[in-house]
Ligand binder design. Structure first.
Ligand SMILES: Cc1ncc(COP(=O)(O)O)c(C=O)c1O
Length: 393
């Protein structure tokens, strides 16, 4: 069966797929239909946080499917409550969770919470949500509009009202008014180009918003689940947001989105919901992934892996300073700025041919989001293939 032909015939052409078809994986290693091996420095865009085919996650999921996968949110779901306990405890915040199925959907939930919270006194309608230019918050109509990239607003309007874009953290204060429902930011812009925000500025903004009683939403769809060393980047930045959204890495490959919030009494029964959100299957995955990553954090393995990866990346960067202009990122969300966009595309394509998968972010950033369980051998093999790549450009 020719999958490429089938894909072209039956799948809408919304993705520019690379010419490769993976069939199995082991930790940070992927194998294609011809058994060719690739080192995965992408983890499926920050999703497979505990590696491909993780034994513990696979076992938990297999066990769960033979018992129960779905009953709906009309009834209690033990793995959902346990998963919520695990993510809240890992975060250290006094929050409650709502379970959805993706990052965009988690952000939609967050937006609903702050819009309802914005009507709390019945007099002023606080509906505006300030986001940042170059942000990325998802692909639904509302989250596309929340995304501060004008090119993404082509074609799909009219959009929900009330999204206001700030050029950077410094501009936010001047945009706050009586109608501001919330500020929503990524602490490290991912799709926008691996752009970490300044810690002091973030802390100042969080303090200002607390004073003005305006909730802060931190979109941690990409930064959450220990990607930057702590369970959330918010902890790493030393702030206490009212809402954190998670997805990607917290499910380890099973679709899940989570809204965590201190605003526990805003949404009431009937205000929000999801058929699939937090079902037995995805919640079991979250429980297992969080357990595994908690253990890696406590044992010090997570930090060792991050140090090893960053050391290898630094060496690689030092060797090719004629091509890369800066090493950026925090923990295992890192990137190298490339001198021009053509060279960036070339590196990604040649690297794939050489058996290592890397990503693009923004216009000029080579992005690395390896599984948090990547081994030293896999790191070494991946950078060996990247060195070969550079010699072929
Ligand atoms: C910061 C951020 N928010 C939201 C999303 C959207 O997540 P999803 O594709 O799961 O809807 C992404 C995806 O890349 C993201 O990086």
């Amino acid at each position: 069966m020719n999958i490429q032909k089938l894909d072209k015939k039956y799948i809408l052409p919304t993705y520019a797929r690379a010419d490769v078809e993976f069939v199995r994986g082991e930790n940070a290693t992927l194998f294609d239909v011809n058994e060719k091996k690739y080192i995965d420095f992408t983890s499926g865009i920050g999703v497979v946080s505990v590696g491909h085919a993780n034994e513990r996650v696979s076992k938990a999921l297999c066990e769960q499917v033979t018992k129960l996968t779905h009953t709906s949110n009309l009834y209690y779901i033990a793995p959902q409550a346990l998963a919520a306990q695990k993510v809240v405890e890992a975060s250290g915040y006094d929050m409650q969770c709502f379970f959805a199925n993706s990052g965009a959907e988690a952000n939609e939930g967050a937006i609903k919470i702050v819009r309802k919270h914005g009507e709390r006194d019945g007099k002023i309608k606080r509906y505006k949500i300030i986001t940042l230019n170059h942000s990325f918050h998802g692909r639904t109509i509302t989250t596309v509009k929340a995304t501060g990239q004008e090119a993404m607003h082509n074609y799909f309007g009219p959009f929900p009202d009330g999204f206001v874009y700030a050029e950077g953290l410094d501009e936010i204060e001047s945009l706050l008014d009586n109608h501001t429902a919330a500020v929503m930011i990524e602490l490290i812009q991912g799709e926008g180009g691996v752009e970490p925000q300044n810690r002091e500025k973030v802390q100042k903004l969080a303090e200002l918003l607390k004073k003005r009683e305006i909730p802060l939403i931190v979109d941690e769809v990409q930064t959450g689940a220990y990607r930057v060393g702590e369970f959330t980047a918010s902890q790493a930045y030393g702030i206490e947001p009212e809402i954190i959204t998670l997805a990607k890495g917290v499910g380890g490959g099973v679709p899940v989105g989570i809204v965590m919030t201190t605003l526990k009494n805003v949404l009431q029964a009937g205000d929000h919901g999801s058929t699939f959100g937090g079902n037995f299957l995805s919640s079991r995955a979250v429980c297992e992934v969080v357990d595994i990553l908690n253990e890696k954090k406590t044992s010090g393995d997570l930090e060792i892996t991050s140090l090893l990866f960053n050391k290898a990346l630094q060496n690689f960067y030092n060797k090719y300073k004629d091509i890369f202009t800066q090493k950026v990122g925090i923990g295992m969300m890192c990137g190298l700025r490339v001198k021009d966009a053509d060279t960036l595309s070339q590196i990604i394509n040649v690297a794939r041919d050489n058996g290592v998968m890397v990503l693009k972010a923004g216009r000029n950033t080579l992005r690395f989001l390896p599984p948090l369980t990547i081994t030293k051998e896999e790191i070494d093999e991946g950078f060996k293939a990247l060195n070969t790549t550079m010699s072929q450009l």
